[in-house]
Design a protein around this ligand. Structure first.
Ligand SMILES: [Zn+2]
Length: 706
């Protein structure tokens, strides 16, 4: 067995005593250094590999002889092995995200492959697989949570090909490897094609309409490319999106748009042949595993039970969005006509962003920077905490200073049950951006998961909540944009599911074992509250005058939420349906190329048909280079759940305090409490009293027929 951490043995020669291998409690961030990563992780992996071998030998022997296997003989040791690695590796990944240095990044990269290799070894172990099957079929009495954990474990192992024999398994493993390489090549082609295109603008006339921040970006890019005094356009999003939105030069918008949609579709960086190969190989893999096509493999681990149910949801959204998108396009044409623009008669894809921005400014000028003074961090936190108190009967209290922190900006909080006073959880909040040492974006991560330790005592969950908003400067507190407020609420929703779980089996506590098309339910649910009058007006107070957000600004926020909502929904439906059909209906012998199939789908899922140069699939990295294959629909699927959950509060009456409180308790006692211990369909139904409906999402997106 491993070296137990003993406080007396802190010899520098004993890697087992390193703080990075403590394996329990809050990490001592200040005591964890980069060289410990290089020392501790290989040491830990060597130990865990040894223990895994012992476990496999023990299980093989037990299967050959003896009474049926019990949970404690298989699942508990497996969980403990995994947890020791997770505890240490989570600290490394966390610090790599929030306190990055070149040394730490290198150490993280060097060890990551070994950590993944250990996971692969355990996930493909025939001995473990046989033991899990025996546990599943044996006479052991298992409760519903144990059954669900076991089923998920078996399914994941099967999808890694562990159940295949001989030639089939060799072919499966070789293809898995090949697919990983193709995904990398696909992604690199997109990146290289994006970076290899540029357009130098030499005169002010070519910059007509561009905002100062974009001009600055273009000037910097030109200087970096050895053309000082000029402006350089590229195909990266920070330049393309604002250019198409603001440039008054229609000819330049056309050039940029065409270059953007034809990335990686010709020459050395052509992704077209890769697409057919990837789709064909995925189909073969699915068939080796006994499925009809790749979409069935993807759905095996998701809430959506069949391709037909996903198609049905997308069709409901399409029917609601298409007429609205066509009306929106007509409104853009009218706007262009009012301004005497020739494109009014023949609106092209490169005109859409531009006229949408003009129309948006004419309809409601929402200046997101001007709202910042109404959202100082402290008052947003107060608003968020008091909402959670009201809805979920919890109290959130700032820590007095006992917890170890990784940076002075970080705050630590405790969460108590408001009625019993019982401690439930804790979380860290790291709100501000730190360019150079902190990864961008926002996320929630586990620090500690809920479990029962070996001594039979409960371990309380602890969450990391990481945001990237502007830090306070000289006498001014951190003032947030509305978008940053939404992001904080979103991540806090993930945090609530992690922290308020009552499941004691760590494999299904909190967000663990929640199907990923359902995992955004609590996070997007919380975002809805940012638009609720009481919640928003309660926290949006000017940091100097204390004055509430003006009503007109609130109305603009509501209008902005649904502006061009039909087009936005239709776009997501187009992507999701294309992804799903390519992975369920396409085969090399189906008589259509993937591009032809996409264009056929576009006939009913786009308001403006794709132009001839449009090779969108060649840059659809989500499904060809990322993990979203036959899963892109998940964005909309989860939105249906979260909008429908929020609509339970709307139906009860958002101004009916008793009803809101009752509904909030029910949300805590089902969605937040049960986590991954039951199927998401069962959890949702227990909360909502019925199956999910897309009605609320359609209404919130402004697509409902009046
Ligand atoms: Zn999320």
């Amino acid at each position: 067995m491993g070296t137990p951490l003993s406080t007396s043995s802190t010899s520098a020669n004993d890697p087992g005593a390193l703080p990075l291998l403590a394996g329990r409690g809050l990490p001592d961030f200040a005591a964890i250094t980069t060289d410990q990563v290089e020392q501790a992780i290989p040491h830990l992996l060597a130990e865990l590999n040894g223990e895994l071998t012992e476990l496999e030998t023990r299980l093989d022997a037990r299967l050959a002889d003896g009474p049926p296997l019990g949970w404690a003989e298989v699942m508990d040791p497996l969980q403990h092995l995994g947890e020791r690695l997770r505890w240490s590796w989570r600290v490394v990944s966390h610090l790599n995200g929030v306190c990055n240095t070149p040394e730490l990044r290198t150490a993280h990269q060097q060890q990551q492959g070994n950590v993944v290799a250990f996971g692969n070894r355990a996930g493909q172990s025939r001995s473990l697989y046989r033991a899990l099957q025996a546990l599943d079929q044996g006479g052991s009495a298992l409760d519903a949570t144990q059954r669900r954990i076991l089923q998920a474990e078996l399914r994941d192992m099967q999808l890694r090909g562990v159940g295949l024999e001989g030639e089939q398994q060799l072919a499966f493993n070789a293809t898995t490897q090949h697919l990983a390489e193709l995904a990398t090549t696909f992604g690199n082609h997109v990146l290289d094609a994006t970076n290899s295109w540029s357009l130098t603008l030499g005169s002010e006339a070519e910059l007509a309409g561009l905002p100062p921040s974009l001009k600055e970006l273009l000037a910097e890019a030109a200087t970096a490319a050895g053309e000082p005094g000029k402006w350089r356009m590229g195909l990266d999003m920070p330049r393309v999106a604002p250019f198409l939105k603001y440039s008054e030069r229609r000819d330049l918008r056309e050039r940029v748009y065409k270059a953007q949609v034809s990335r990686a579709s010709s020459g050395e960086l052509d992704n077209l042949p890769l697409i057919e190969t990837i789709l064909s190989l995925r189909l073969q893999q699915a068939q080796r595993l006994g499925y009809g096509h790749w979409a069935e493999v993807s759905l095996a681990a998701k809430m959506a039970d069949s391709v037909a149910s996903v198609e049905q949801l997308l069709e409901e959204l399409r029917c609601a969005a298409l007429p609205v998108a066509l009306t929106e396009l007509e409104a853009l044409r009218s706007c262009a006509r009012r301004h005497g623009a020739p494109e009014a008669a023949d609106l092209k894809p490169w005109d859409v962003s531009y006229w949408a921005e003009r129309l948006r400014q004419e309809s409601f000028e929402l200046d997101s920077e001007a709202l910042r003074p109404y959202f100082p961090l402290d008052s947003v936190l107060q608003g968020l905490f008091s909402l959670c108190g009201r809805l979920f009967n919890i109290t959130i209290v700032a820590d007095t200073g006992s917890a170890p922190l990784w940076h002075p900006d970080v705050q630590h909080f405790h969460v108590f049950d408001a009625s019993s006073g019982e401690a439930l959880a804790a979380f860290y909040l790291d709100p501000f951006s730190r360019p150079g040492s902190k990864r961008g974006g926002a996320w929630m991560d586990e620090c500690l998961g809920r479990s029962i330790n070996k001594a039979g005592e409960p371990v309380l969950p602890v969450a990391y909540l990481i945001c990237n908003q502007s830090p306070p400067v000289a006498g001014t507190p951190s003032l947030m944009t509305f978008e940053e407020v939404e992001t904080l609420f979103h991540e806090f929703g993930h945090g609530l599911q992690h922290m308020l779980t009552t499941v004691e089996r760590p494999q299904a506590a909190g967000i663990n074992n929640v199907e990923w098309d359902a995992v955004e339910l609590p996070s997007q649910f919380m975002e809805n509250w940012c638009y609720e009058r009481g919640t928003l007006m309660g926290m949006a107070k000017h940091w100097q005058s204390g004055e509430s957000l003006p009503e007109a600004e609130y109305q603009k926020l509501l209008a902005a939420r649904t502006f061009m909502g039909g087009s936005a929904t239709l776009r997501q439906v187009h992507f999701a349906l294309t992804d799903l059909r390519l992975h369920s209906a396409w085969s090399p012998s189906c008589g259509q190329s993937p591009d032809q199939m996409r264009r056929e789908i576009a006939q009913t899922t786009t308001a403006l048909e794709p132009i001839a140069e449009d090779a969108f699939l060649c840059a659809f990295s989500h499904i060809f280079a990322g993990g979203y294959s036959a899963g892109y629909y998940s964005y909309k699927w989860a939105e249906v759940l979260s909008a429908d959950a929020f609509s339970a509060f709307e139906e009860a009456g958002l101004d009916q305090e008793d009803a809101v409180v009752t509904m909030g308790r029910r949300f805590r006692d089902t969605v937040l409490s049960w986590g991954g211990s039951r199927s998401p369909a069962e959890v949702f139904e227990a909360f909502r009293g019925r199956q999910p409906s897309s009605e609320a999402l359609i209404r919130h997106s402004g697509l409902a027929v009046a």
